[in-house]
Design a binder for this molecule. Structure first.
Ligand SMILES: Cc1cc2nc3c(=O)[nH]c(=O)nc-3n(C[C@H](O)[C@H](O)[C@H](O)COP(=O)(O)OP(=O)(O)OC[C@H]3O[C@@H](n4cnc5c(N)ncnc54)[C@H](O)[C@@H]3O)c2cc1C
Length: 396
């Protein structure tokens, strides 16, 4: 296992236990052959949901036990994301959306009734959620989104369209971000609404032709005069777009860990391959200096990324989310994903022709990471956020 600086030695007994348990789970339930088939067939393996919920108990990891969750730390959540993404970014994406983008906003911004109803069911994997922020014309700049939620008596009427929504066709409930004032251009009137599947006028359809994150459910959502009771508004989402961004900070944190898992999978595959692949003079390619240099670069980059997320988890667990934490999360998401893409590319090179075959996990990770690079804030957008923070100048 890739742990050059003994990060495991920094973990508590509980954290080590969850790490080992998730590793074992991933090895047994989501091996390369299985994930490669899902990737090839362009399908998210819904049959895994009961095991993720009941055996691994990774839905509601951080949710308060009063609402059925496990109430565990950010460190544990991160370790789980790392091990699941080591198997496939699509599985980690499912878990991220359920935990960070659906259960988190319900717990943080929902009413007591909403928390009591949804959180235990979502922890048990009996209800699945999705998070609808991105629209056809608004991705990096969600404050401009056009979906509206207009109050009529004690109901809201929603109209609009969402794109690229993970878990979108399998979700029982969508958290839809919509403007209550159609003339708002700043995002101040954006609020979160719970829209249940089968509500009249609400449709989802799978997005086809993806060549990345193929083992993940990605959908387009249409809202055509969707009428929901006013009790479906998440009452704490009155800070406008900032509330949606607070959810993204949670999810980006998990991605920063997950990307390291994908990188570890690629590095470990490349190392094994290099030790057994024989070329020139009957020697394994790992005996050549150029190959060793590549492997050393890879493990060094992974080690630095592991230390970054370990420290980030400590800050989150010990000091909570303060005013600068989201910037630190941005940096970890941005840099760890870029690192993982570099590792995937080096590994793919090291495997020669086998580097493009799904018989090995490398090309699958390489393709998946293209999505991970874009979603939850592109590389450019994180650079602009960090740049604004360090200079005090807005370059968006
Ligand atoms: C597989 C997948 C799953 C997803 N899941 C979800 C989900 O569950 N829920 C959800 O709401 N969304 C989801 N998304 C959407 C994702 O968050 C957006 O794609 C992302 O925010 C980027 O938006 P965009 O694609 O519209 O790109 P754009 O915003 O159009 O950006 C295009 C390019 O321009 C750059 N750019 C934009 N503005 C600037 C600027 N000011 N300065 C410099 N460069 C700039 C960007 O960095 C990017 O390189 C998903 C996306 C994918 C691919």
């Amino acid at each position: 296992m890739t742990d050059f600086y003994d990060i495991k030695g920094l973990l508590t007994e509980d954290e080590r236990m969850v790490l080992d348990m998730t590793r074992k789970f991933a090895k047994k339930e989501i091996p390369n052959k299985f994930m490669a088939e899902c990737f090839e067939k362009d399908r998210f393996p819904t049959e895994l949901i009961p095991a993720l919920a009941n055996d691994l108990m990774c839905l509601g990891i951080k949710t308060n036990p009063a609402y059925g969750g496990s109430g565990l730390s950010n460190m544990i959540y991160g370790l789980v994301c790392q091990e699941l993404e080591k198997a496939d970014s699509g599985i980690r994406s499912f878990v991220s959306v359920q935990n960070s983008l659906c259960m988190f906003p319900i717990e943080q911004f929902g009413s007591e009734e909403q928390k009591k109803y949804w959180l235990p069911l979502m922890t048990a994997g009996k209800k699945i959620g999705c998070f609808g922020l991105t629209e056809p014309d608004f991705g990096s700049n969600p404050a401009g989104l056009r979906t509206t939620a207009i109050k009529k008596g004690n109901e809201f009427v929603l109209n609009g369209a969402k794109m690229w929504i993970t878990n979108g066709t399998i979700a029982d409930v969508a958290i839809i971000w919509a403007k209550t004032n159609p003339k708002d251009t700043t995002g101040e009137s954006i609020k979160g609404f719970l829209v249940e599947k089968d509500t009249r006028g609400f449709y989802s359809r799978p997005m086809k032709h993806k060549w990345s994150l193929r083992a993940s459910d990605t959908a387009e959502l249409i809202l055509n005069n969707v009428v929901i009771p006013e009790t479906n508004l998440l009452p704490g989402t009155n800070a406008g777009i900032k509330t949606a961004l607070a959810c993204l900070t949670q999810a980006r944190y998990g991605i920063a860990w997950g990307a390291v898992g994908a990188a570890m999978a690629c590095y470990e595959c490349a190392l094994d391959y290099a030790k057994s692949r024989i070329q020139f003079h009957g020697k394994p390619i790992a005996s050549h200096q150029l190959i060793q240099a590549d492997l050393v670069e890879m493990i060094t980059k992974i080690t630095k990324a592991q230390l970054l997320i370990w420290r980030l988890a400590k800050l989150m667990d010990e000091k909570g989310i303060d005013k600068t934490r989201h910037i630190q999360v941005s940096m970890a998401k941005m840099d760890n994903v870029k690192m993982a893409m570099e590792i995937a590319r080096s590994a793919r090179n090291l495997l020669g022709a086998n580097g493009i075959s799904l018989e090995y996990p490398v090309v699958r990770h390489m393709a998946n990471l293209e999505s991970v690079f874009t979603y939850e804030g592109t590389d450019n957008i994180h650079k602009l956020s960090i740049g604004r923070h360090i200079t005090g100048l807005n370059a968006f």
